[in-house]
Write a protein that binds this ligand. Sequence first.
Ligand code: DGL
Length: 270
Amino acid sequence: MNIGVFDSGLGGLLITKSLIDYMPEYNFCYLGDTEHVPYGTKSQDIIYEFTKNCIDYLFKKRDCKIIIIACNTATFAALRRLQQTYLLQNFPDRKILGVIIPTIEEVVEKNYSSVGLIATDGTIKSDVYGQELRKKKSDIKLFSCPAPLLVPLVENNADEFAPPIIKSYIEKFKDKDIQAIILGCTHYPHYKKQIESIAFEIFKRRVDIISQDEFIPKSLANYLKKHPEIEKELTKNSEYSFEITDVNDNYVEQAKNIFQADIKISKVDI
Ligand code: DGL
């Protein structure tokens, strides 16, 4: 059986690459819902429906034992409901994991007292990061800024327009004494270096960047160590598939850039 990775679009390919680099022996099936991206501006109910359909595909057609919802927006909008209803009714012996709790754990482990968060409108409005962080560290200060324009920039390969937009978002934290910025959207690690250097310019000191591609692989490996009943079902043939729900030349080129290789990316009807 396989490990599924789901995202609303191409952003999740970065996490998929880091997962493959970290644990190349497993089989990974990536699915990006490029037909419906962006999720971040849509209602919770519609995000749930899109996410459920994609998860259902990965379980039924791609024989996934475990799926990582790499999309923060889908994690806040759909993960709990999927776990509590869909999964129990349909695949009680399989698992769906999200990316928000591992991110909270990373922030707590680093012992920050004041952090900034950039994410989609939906994720920011849900206050999921604030709620989960305060459960683990009640005195932490969290400052949030929606950064919706970064997703279309990534999806459209429009990197040259990114710096002033990133600057306008990071400047919102200017008078806050933050130690780190959480990239609370799967797409944002694409601009990690730019965000880091623009934050340095603005704060005149280093601000750590909490980037999910750097710790989700370790968090999944730890999970599999703790759950041998799941791990033993996973095939280790180093086979990777990449599917998206809508395809154009730009997507194919983007995928090649991320993997620095000629990967095959196919369209599926969900
Ligand atoms: N990938 C999504 C996330 O991590 C954001 C992109 C979108 O708006 O679809 O939140």
